[in-house]
Design a protein around this ligand. Structure first.
Ligand SMILES: Cc1cc2nc3c(=O)[nH]c(=O)nc-3n(C[C@H](O)[C@H](O)[C@H](O)COP(=O)(O)OP(=O)(O)OC[C@H]3O[C@@H](n4cnc5c(N)ncnc54)[C@H](O)[C@@H]3O)c2cc1C
Length: 606
């Protein structure tokens, strides 16, 4: 049975009411698509997630992966689902038609990515890692490598991995000790151990292509000396045929908190017999290539978080409409009522809605910017969107995944004891989603990236551009009959954000340790403001829809009950007002706290 309750309505709003898909389809790259086709593809993807992926999520978690003699067996049902995933083109929906992809816009496929991750984060990781690895080869590999690997990977015949982490090199990738040595035949022999490699092997992979970061012997120490190699599990001959085992060996798999259906492998290269690979691109450019695809990878990580947050939210709403406990607050001795009637439960649900839909809106903005930054026909438009994306990415990744954990935890609270037990998917959601704040650059590292790098890019102008956009929005809507107060609160929060940004940027270099104490609080503050802004943008649009339907930007309970669209639009206005009041309004106090110079965390002797 499928556990996924997917919110198609909110995505239709984003895709068709908030954004103009025609603008995207106006780009040369997407000229062959029409809106109807995109809708049909997205609907099919969501259906696939519900029918094929969701049913294996719980059993896959309970069963987990196994390893024997260096080969991984994934949970039952994964192999069959993988075959269907490949056959239906879901590994390669947004990738190049030249290599078996469909070349669809990222933005239009976001509902599918959310549905797949909400249905089975552990299962869909195999797909995301494979297409991510293939994308690296497609972008930076030689013609030969592209021809040998990309189509096989995009179609799901073979898997792919990203091998960065080593026992002594996690966040600090440049500390890696894996080596590569050029052979007379142009190949490199690779030696080293990689840990925590997602999808390092699976019984449904005909072969696996590992994208490995290693240092060519003699190249500089640190991150600047790292190169990228494509290392197949089974050697691939120049004619495309598969040769002998290449001794990329799965030593073990991790026993972990969540995503148990995803095999997290320790791999050794060259420890038993030589392992060979080809360099991808130029020497010492490994991290440059990783960086170029990082924005997309981080959006995808955020989608995992948001998908689980939204799935939890949908479950919590459904459960609280069903579960009866205690009398209504106005009739305490009376019959038990559904828990959704209790104010504290309603508050939890509203906060969940704010984070879940707010981060979805944030991710949608990032995906839109990613599409235009890669595919616009105008260079200046490309650059504008690229700038917008650069600033947003650490917030999109870290804020979304942190709040996804919080949202999912709130969902368990709504369920009470049933949420803590395995009767419902809630506890699995919580275990699964935690990893999103750790991999793809920990959230602490994202905060450093925002404060230390992104805020300074182009002399701080990316931040100023965003602040100007927000202040124009506030100016435009502060007199709104329903949303005016929230707009003003958002404006005050924007002022606080600006002040704290200025304060942080003017701290002396000698105080860097204390300044960096504020990196995570700053990212969280920025995230609160940005998500408040995203929700308010949607609310303003929803109010105009209500105006058109009812002649006023609000709706009575009866009007909401009589018309699902009215209920939806009014709900968008409610959640924005709630979120701004409940979360964004604390911005001023938080900003003050950040600038008071309480640096005890650095003074503490542990
Ligand atoms: C289930 C799972 C799947 C994974 N999949 C992959 C994969 O497919 N491929 C791959 O290459 N890796 C993968 N990883 C590894 C993952 O990317 C790393 O765990 C992550 O980069 C953090 O590295 P670490 O675990 O060594 O933690 P550390 O780097 O030791 O960090 C520990 C803590 O210190 C903080 N910290 C570290 N350095 C700094 C700093 N300079 N400033 C401030 N704070 C800092 C971190 O934020 C963190 O809170 C996976 C991990 C897991 C658990």
């Amino acid at each position: 049975m499928s556990h996924l309750k997917f919110d198609t309505r909110d995505w239709k709003f984003i895709l068709h009411e908030q954004y103009d898909l025609k603008q995207l389809l106006g780009l040369k790259k997407y000229a062959d698509f029409d809106i109807e086709t995109l809708d049909t593809v997205a609907d099919e993807g969501i259906k696939f997630a519900i029918d094929v992926v969701a049913p294996i999520n719980g059993p896959g978690d309970a069963e987990g992966c196994k390893v024997a003699d260096g080969r991984v067996t994934a949970p039952q049902g994964y192999a069959e689902a993988w075959k269907k995933l490949g056959a239906n083109g879901w590994n390669s929906a947004i990738h190049s038609p030249e290599f078996g992809g469909q070349g669809l816009p990222l933005f239009a496929m976001m509902p599918v990515f959310e549905a797949m991750n909400g249905a089975g984060q552990a299962f869909f990781m195999y797909s995301q890692l494979t297409s991510g690895a293939a994308h690296l080869v497609e972008n930076f590999g030689s013609e030969k490598l592209k021809k040998l690997y990309c189509e096989k990977m995009y179609t799901g015949a073979w898997g792919g991995t990203m091998c960065l982490t080593e026992p002594g090199a996690g966040s600090s990738v440049g500390d890696l000790v894996s080596t590569a040595e050029l052979q007379p035949d142009g190949r490199y022999s690779i030696e080293g151990t990689k840990i925590y490699i997602s999808g390092g092997d699976a019984d449904f992979y005909g072969n696996v292509v590992h994208l490995v970061l290693a240092r060519v012997k003699g190249d500089p120490a640190g991150i600047k000396g790292v190169s990228l190699f494509a290392v197949p599990r089974d050697w691939v001959n120049d004619d495309g045929s598969t040769g002998d085992f290449n001794h990329a060996y799965v030593e073990s798999i991790e026993h972990k908190m969540g995503i148990n259906g995803s095999a997290t492998c320790q791999l050794s290269f060259g420890s038993r017999a030589p392992t060979y690979g080809y360099m991808v691109g130029e020497p010492c450019s490994g991290i440059v290539y990783m960086f170029q695809l990082m924005n997309e990878a981080r959006i995808m990580c955020a989608v995992q978080g948001s998908a689980i947050a939204n799935a939890s939210f949908q479950q919590a709403v459904a459960y609280s409409k069903d579960r009866k406990q205690g009398g209504d607050v106005t009739d305490l001795g009376g019959a038990s009522v559904e828990i959704i009637r209790h104010p504290d439960v309603r508050r939890n649900l509203m906060l969940m809605k704010g984070y879940a839909e707010g981060t979805r809106a944030l991710i949608a903005r990032a995906a839109w910017a990613a599409d235009f930054s890669m595919s616009s026909d105008s260079e200046s438009e490309k650059e504008n969107y690229h700038n917008m994306l650069d600033l947003m990415i650490p917030i999109v990744k870290a804020y979304t995944t942190d709040k996804a954990f919080r949202t999912t935890e709130l969902g368990i609270q709504v369920f009470g004891g049933y949420g803590y037990c395995r009767d419902y998917p809630m506890e699995q959601y919580l275990r699964d989603v935690k990893i999103t704040s750790i991999y793809e650059g920990t959230n602490g590292i994202q905060a450093l990236d925002l404060l230390g790098r992104k805020m300074r890019l182009k002399g701080g102008s990316l931040f100023m551009q965003y602040v100007m956009e927000l202040s124009q929005f506030v100016e435009q809507h502060k007199a709104h009959s329903v949303l005016g107060v929230a707009s003003e609160t958002l404006g005050e929060a924007q002022g606080a954000l600006g002040e704290v940004a200025f304060w942080l940027s003017s701290q002396p270099r000698a105080a860097v340790a204390n300044t960096l104490l504020q990196a995570t609080p700053f990212l969280e503050l920025f995230g609160d403001v940005m998500v408040g802004h995203m929700l308010m943008q949607q609310a303003v649009l929803a109010s105009s829809k209500l105006e058109a339907k009812l002649g006023r930007p609000s709706a009575t309970r009866e009007e909401r009950e009589a018309d699902a669209d009215v209920a939806y639009y009014a709900g968008k206005m409610d959640v924005a007002r709630f979120f701004v009041n409940e979360v964004v309004s604390f911005a001023k106090n938080r900003a003050r706290a950040m600038t008071t110079g309480v640096n005890v965390a650095n003074e503490m002797v542990w």
